[in-house]
Design a protein around this ligand. Structure first.
Ligand code: ATP
Length: 215
């Protein structure tokens, strides 16, 4: 089997250095072939995005330009209706039938997993790799506590030797940046310099997308 493919889903509204550094460190540590950034279509668990989908995709493209191992995968935005992760993974499995797939999640996203549609089926389709995020602790109890006992591994090799089924928790450099906070900064007239790549900052400025919501 060749190296695993990392899958990093998000609203990316906008994408920022917290996302990029996390993806980069996981790509290196897990020896992933690539990281596919999957902007959400209509996410079931959150409100509609503020920037138009087209612009969110362009911001991701601009942010990852220059790193051949980072790829935008817009399949969720092309699908009608709600975007369930399990459906996205079923779709990806058709493209990568034998490959190890690693779903990359921040700890906050992982803790929300039991609310996802058919969430237990996800472990048949991919490994789940959880990046520590500031202020969040791994669960010891409840359904995710059980998942950690049954599926938890500390071995990157296991992520390479099986196509799916493991949970791996990995510490990444903690950058306390969130898209919500960035949108608030824009509304307050502040500059996003050094929180997002310059190309993303430029796209936000020329489109005026987040500032419009102040009116
Ligand atoms: P929002 O503030 O609107 O909720 P967000 O910054 O959390 O947005 P998302 O696009 O919702 O961004 O996140 C996509 C993925 O990136 C999730 O798995 C999330 O846990 C992870 N993530 C977001 N911000 C960070 C960060 N600063 N460090 C590490 N992981 C992050």
């Amino acid at each position: 089997m060749t190296e695993p493919v990392g899958l990093f889903g998000g609203t990316f509204d906008p994408i920022h250095y917290g996302h990029l550094r996390t993806a980069y460190e996981l790509w290196q540590s897990l020896r992933l072939a690539q990281v596919r950034f999957l902007p959400t279509g209509n996410p079931p668990h959150r409100e509609a995005s503020l920037a138009p989908t087209e612009l969110r995709i362009r911001m991701v493209q601009a942010a990852i330009a220059g790193n051949d191992a980072f790829v935008v995968d817009d399949r969720e935005t092309r699908r009608e209706g709600l975007s369930y992760s399990v459906d996205t993974l079923l779709d990806l499995r058709r493209d990568f039938p034998e490959r190890s797939l690693c779903l990359l999640l921040g700890m906050d996203a992982f803790l929300g997993m039991p609310h996802w549609h058919r969430w237990r089926d996800i472990f048949d389709l991919a490994h789940v790799v959880v990046a520590h995020r500031p202020g969040w602790k791994a669960p010891f109890t409840g359904p995710l506590g059980e998942v950690m006992v049954d599926r938890g591994t500390g071995s990157v090799r296991e992520l390479h030797s099986a196509p799916a089924g493991r949970v791996y928790v990995h510490a990444v450099t903690q950058l306390e940046i969130s898209s919500t906070e960035l949108r608030q900064l824009i509304l307050a007239g502040r500059d996003l310099r050094y929180l997002v790549p310059d190309a993303v900052r430029d796209l936000i400025a020329t489109s005026g997308c987040y500032a419009q919501h102040a009116r």
